[in-house]
Write a protein that binds this ligand. Structure first.
Ligand SMILES: Nc1ncnc2c1ncn2[C@@H]1O[C@H](COP(=O)(O)OP(=O)(O)OP(=O)(O)O)[C@@H](O)[C@H]1O
Length: 246
């Protein structure tokens, strides 16, 4: 009994019989089942339109599944209910940044969690420091470069102290130096991570388990080498074996 409870405690994300259809697009997610253990670092790969972003929106309660569901640490996700234990870094950081200054954007989450002004300040400072954007604190987010916006968007999520973070295409539009910095940052991140990307080298460097999604179906779930090194399977799903696995 105790052992069963302990095992359950370590499951951070549980997806059960998850189906999702948009009003004009049926079966975008087709009966997905998987769990992610606390502390795991998982890469989600798949061609354009596979359903990766839709899955992330279901995990974070932005979209309500057509049937089935998601549990975070054993508690069902309800659409629209704020779950501070999971954070979502959007594909386009501009979708996440809306305040007059970087500081205000990063402080927004902790403020809305009802934390004391001292705690909000301390979390904001720490998140800006961790992401290396302290010097941008007074700048308007819409004046920043793509790479700077990305790190501010990550800071705004970190300030809420989530235990799991879902990153949607985190290296999109980053130059080589910013991408390398992001990879180092992700490698040092202590949270449970689920990262979707077409940048398979990043997935290889940062994660230790790969989920392959295509047409809303979970095609494969295994080690990065086993999945991304499988030339035929990668080709069948519009992907290529990343260079280090060739
Ligand atoms: N708001 C929407 N309304 C209707 N259909 C949508 C909507 N958003 C996405 N879709 C459709 O759902 C499917 C999955 O899209 P989704 O954005 O989840 O895929 P993705 O794997 O994240 O793709 P990409 O790699 O191109 O970002 C696609 O066929 C897409 O056209």
């Amino acid at each position: 009994m105790t052992q069963a409870l302990d095992t359950q405690k370590t499951i951070a994300i549980a997806v059960s019989n998850l189906n999702f259809s948009y009003p004009d697009q049926a079966n975008v997610l087709d009966n997905l089942n998987f769990t992610i253990q606390q502390g795991e670092r998982v890469g989600l790969i798949g061609p354009n339109g596979a359903g990766k972003t839709t899955l992330f929106f279901c995990l974070c309660g932005v979209l309500s599944p057509t049937s089935g569901g998601v549990q975070l640490w054993g508690k069902p996700v309800e659409v629209g209910q704020f779950r501070p234990e999971i954070g979502l870094v959007f594909q386009n950081p501009s979708d996440q940044l809306f305040s007059a200054s970087v500081w205000d954007d990063v402080a927004f989450g902790p403020e809305n969690m009802g934390l004391s002004p001292d705690e909000v300040k301390s979390r904001t400072q720490k998140a800006l420091h961790l992401t290396g954007v302290t010097e941008l604190a007074d700048r308007p987010p819409h004046h920043l470069s793509g790479g700077q916006k990305r790190m501010v968007a990550i800071a705004s999520v970190l300030a809420m102290h989530p235990q799991a973070i879902v990153y949607d295409e985190p290296s999109a539009n980053l130059d080589l130096r910013s991408r390398r910095r992001l990879i180092h940052f992700l490698q040092a991140s202590p949270e449970t991570l689920l990262i979707s990307s077409h940048d398979l080298d990043l997935i290889l460097e940062v994660t230790s388990r790969t989920l392959l999604l295509d047409s809303g179906n979970l095609i494969a779930d295994g080690s990065p080498a086993e999945i991304m090194g499988n030339r035929q399977m990668m080709l069948d799903h519009g992907l290529e074996v990343p260079y280090p696995l060739e």
